[in-house]
Design a protein around this ligand. Structure first.
Ligand SMILES: [Zn+2]
Length: 81
């Protein structure tokens, strides 16, 4: 299932980008991310195309208007200290 949902923020087209030899802390690897052409939002680096697609589709809000996990974490993080 390679279907990519449209961007939840601007409704723009998204595409899979592949990066070769990306440097992580202790190793290099090819990786993938899904990024929106319209507003530039995207997933973090994923090691496979499939997981990039899955990560993107997970962040697209469902019809319940549910907040994304990333947004919830950011909000709770700002409360402390
Ligand atoms: Zn967008």
């Amino acid at each position: 299932m390679n279907e990519l949902k449209p961007c939840p923020f601007c409704g723009g087209e998204v595409r899979i980008r592949e990066y070769k030899n990306v440097e992580f802390l202790v190793y290099k690897s090819d990786c993938f991310l899904v990024q929106c052409d319209g507003c530039g939002c995207g997933t973090s680096y994923e090691l496979t195309e499939q997981s990039a697609i899955a990560a993107w589709n997970r962040r697209v809000p469902t019809n319940t208007g549910e907040e994304t996990t990333a947004g919830a974490i950011r909000q709770s993080g700002e409360e402390g200290k």
